[in-house]
Design a binder for this molecule. Structure first.
Ligand code: ZN
Length: 354
């Protein structure tokens, strides 16, 4: 019974929870498509040299029925508001919650995502052996990666799943908050139509490399979320800005170009709010990928970080990333040979008669 219930919750609740993960119930795999448009080598726009090849982006973005790293929070963190940046709702002028409460909820989300980024950095260590070489078993993608750390031991899977959870949260921030959007100009401002901030991405609120609390704009709001996600809010969300009122979760996203059309949620249909949320999520996804690589360099040094990035992005890293690892071994070997040569010369001079 518990399993049936868990299955039911996992399959039904995300319908209202976030940018979509599945391809039904009004969702069109929005997280997957945003992630592909941002980081896939096959995407048409600016994916750059550190783009992910086909099988590797599948692990991060999900494919077919696999949730992938970016979808993982919709399978086992559905009701954790920190995983989706929910519950940081606030409206100026007589509101059931204080600004401090809303900010605390937002900082829960930031803290949660910092924790996930840290997990990805730690998990990456096992990609390489002591010589800085890619470990074949750790990058094997013959079978699909499992979404939870308890059952997944391959370093590439664990790293990309933890990082995918980061991406899920930061993408939700643009859909679930008023950071980048605008209010409906035809209706008065209120809990059913909070102000939009129209701010650009990436957001300083989502600086996950820092360990200090970010500055939060006083009018920033996300939505209160309960299973009965409605406008006006019910139960715990009564009188509050709800996820239903503010989210821009659903519409069609082109995984090649990131183009966003056909929004279906009320806030998403205001002006170009859906396209703004998607564009912000793509920009932010790329920033977080740069930041993960920067953290790998801080933790493990530039050389190992570059092999780790190669291992995470290439589908055949054992062959493709060997040169990078060996160049380090080679440099190490050459400097060892140079030291040896100097010692031999010194030794030879000593033996020379005075
Ligand atoms: Zn979500």
């Amino acid at each position: 019974m518990a399993l049936v219930l868990a299955g039911y919750l996992a399959s039904s609740a995300p319908a209202a929870g976030a940018f979509g993960t599945i391809d039904s119930a009004g969702q069109h795999r929005e997280h997957e498509r945003i992630t592909r448009a941002s980081l896939s080598c096959s995407a048409a726009v600016g994916s750059g040299p550190a783009c992910l090849e086909a099988a590797s982006i599948d692990v991060l973005a999900g494919h077919n029925r696999e949730f992938g790293g970016v979808g993982a929070p919709d399978s086992d963190e559905v009701f954790d508001p920190a995983a989706h940046c929910d519950g940081a709702d606030f409206l100026e002028g007589g509101y059931p919650r204080t600004r401090a409460e809303a900010t605390a909820a937002l900082l829960d989300c930031v803290g949660h995502l910092r924790m996930r980024l840290g997990e990805a950095v730690v998990d990456a260590a096992a990609l390489l052996d002591d010589d800085g070489q890619v470990v074949e078993d750790e990058v094997d993608l013959e079978s699909d990666c499992r979404g939870t750390e308890a059952t997944e031991t391959r370093a590439k899977c664990a790293t990309l799943v933890a990082f995918g959870r980061v991406l899920h949260g930061v993408q939700d921030f643009y859909s679930h908050s008023n950071w980048a959007d605008e209010a409906d100009p035809t209706r008065p401002i209120g809990a059913d139509n909070p102000p939009g901030l129209g701010l650009p991405a990436p957001s300083p609120v989502l600086d996950l490399r820092s360990d200090t609390p970010p500055d939060v704009p006083p009018a920033l709001s996300t939505g209160c979320f309960v299973l009965r996600d409605e406008v006006p809010g019910v139960g715990e969300c009564e009188g509050r800005v709800t996820h239903a009122a503010l989210n821009k979760d659903n519409g069609l996203i082109d995984p090649d170009t990131g183009g966003a059309t056909d929004p279906t949620t009320p806030r998403g249909m205001v002006g170009d709010d859906f396209a703004r949320a998607v564009a912000g999520a793509i920009e932010e996804t790329r920033r977080q990928w740069r930041d993960l690589r920067a953290e790998l360099a801080v933790r493990y040094g530039e050389d190992d970080a570059s092999v780790m990035t190669c291992a995470l992005t290439h589908d055949d890293p054992v062959d493709d990333c060997r040169d990078r690892g060996w160049s380090r071994v080679l440099i190490g070997g050459l400097s060892g040979a140079a030291v040896l040569a100097v010692l031999l010369v010194v030794h030879a001079r000593r033996r020379r008669p005075a």
